[in-house]
Design a protein around this ligand. Structure first.
Ligand code: 7TS
Length: 409
């Protein structure tokens, strides 16, 4: 595995100090930092190209359209889609899942149908389905977890039953880092003709993704967790699914004809993109995809395994510290949730911030998982391509310091 430590030079923000200390940014699961290549692509777009897309014959409008659609092609290739038209640009993962919930679920589900999710899902992959059950009378059921905190496959057939129409799962937990098991869940869903909606917010940035191999029907993901800007993400869908799905938002750009009482939709994916889209963000996302492709996703994953191994070993040396998540590195990514004695996670994060260490504390938008783990909150360190051992060392030093401050020593 090649050493990625030189990448840190590409991330201007990582050179700053926080509270007089070197910044150890360990909150990449919330949002990643951006390399100068992405920042430059966005400024270059605004300095040279800015115009609205898909309208107007002038040069800038044409160039902006080429840049926007070019980004779609890059994102499509990155996840193994067969055509750029299989990618709908959305605001992010949450918006993408909501689009499936309302565009697909609302139109098809009825009383007696079932939607299955897992207890580890982010609220983005729970709440939209709750809203749909309210509107349709369908019910929600959940897959539980093993002792390793991976999804328990023993109960797949019992939970994903004949009534099940939609199975909503994540590729990687943002709390425990637990991966999959997507293949088993897809097989169980196929056996009852249910569709599978995958939340790839954490998995797409960290692992090679091939939608054909995954076998899911929809994949939702966000640019800002994979070195790109906020404000844009994607919904990949099987072409026939996107074709069959209804638009949820109406407006400009998503029609071919509008009469006073009815309209005709633009072809997929444009029928789902009402209004002026996030053009500069798409360009930035394209640059982020180029950056990750240049590193290689196998290298990205390899680095993540190494830094997570280093962190888990270092954290194991700290008394009273509990890590929540799989210990097997092949079953997990780089989101490491932990508790230190009875110190509240928010207090811990505040103390760590004094040492320049940025971790997240709270329920991580996964309240059902917190209840399942019987903890009110956890502190979470999470890594990405620019994370280095020094970041972990700084975290460990900060945790020893927290032990002192809270009288654990
Ligand atoms: N799904 C997962 C697994 C996530 O981790 C997140 C964001 C989302 C969905 C929502 O993505 P968005 O881009 O639409 O916001 N996760 C986190 C987090 O762990 N801390 O802050 C945001």
């Amino acid at each position: 595995m090649s050493d990625l430590s030189h990448l840190i030079e590409d991330f201007p923000i990582l050179a700053r100090e926080v509270n007089g200390n070197r910044l150890a940014y360990l909150d990449s699961a919330a949002t990643s930092q951006k390399p100068k290549q992405v920042i430059k692509a966005i400024s270059h777009y605004y300095e040279h190209t800015n115009a609205n897309v898909h309208r107007g014959a002038h040069t800038l409008a044409h160039e902006a359209t080429v840049a926007y659609e070019g980004a779609r092609a890059k994102v499509a290739e990155f996840i193994g889609a067969r055509s750029p038209n299989e990618i709908v640009f959305t605001k992010g993962t949450s918006a993408a899942i909501n689009l499936v919930a309302y565009g697909w679920g609302l139109r098809r589900l009825k009383k007696g149908d079932r939607i299955v999710a897992t207890v580890q899902e982010h609220h983005s992959n729970i709440v939209p389905w709750q809203l749909i059950t309210e509107l349709t009378g369908a019910e929600l059921a959940y897959l539980e977890l093993t002792d390793q905190l991976t999804v328990d496959t023993a109960t797949l057939e019992a939970v994903i039953d004949d009534k099940t129409k939609i199975v909503a799962i994540s590729g990687m937990s943002n709390v425990t880092g637990a991966i999959g098991p997507v293949a088993e869940i897809v097989a169980a869903a196929r056996a009852v003709d249910a569709i599978v909606v995958m939340d790839g917010a954490q998995s797409v940035p960290h692992m090679k993704t091939d939608v054909a191999e995954l076998g899911v029907d929809f994949l939702a993901f966000s640019a800002h967790k994979m070195l790109g800007p906020t404000g844009i993400g994607g919904l990949w869908g099987k072409p026939e699914m996107l074709e069959a799905m209804s638009p949820v938002e109406g407006g400009g750009e998503m029609i071919t004809d509008v009469g006073l009482y009815e309209s005709r939709w633009a072809p997929v994916p444009h029928k789902f993109e009402a209004g002026t889209p996030p053009i500069a963000q798409a360009v930035g996302w394209g640059a982020a995809v180029d950056y990750l492709t240049k590193i290689g996703m196998d290298e990205v994953r390899g680095h993540e395994i190494e830094i997570t191994k280093y962190a888990l070993e270092a954290l194991a040396e700290i008394p009273d510290l509990t890590v929540y998540g799989p210990t097997d590195l092949t079953l997990r990514g780089g989101a490491v949730s932990f508790e230190l004695g009875d110190i509240h996670a928010h207090d811990l994060a505040t103390i760590l911030d004094q040492d320049g260490v940025a971790v997240r504390a709270g329920h991580h938008c996964a309240k059902p998982l917190m209840r399942y783990l019987e903890v009110p909150a956890t502190a979470r360190a999470s890594f990405y391509v620019y994370s280095i051992e020094e970041d972990v060392d700084q975290l460990v030093k900060g945790l020893w310091n927290a032990r002192k401050v809270f009288g654990l020593d």
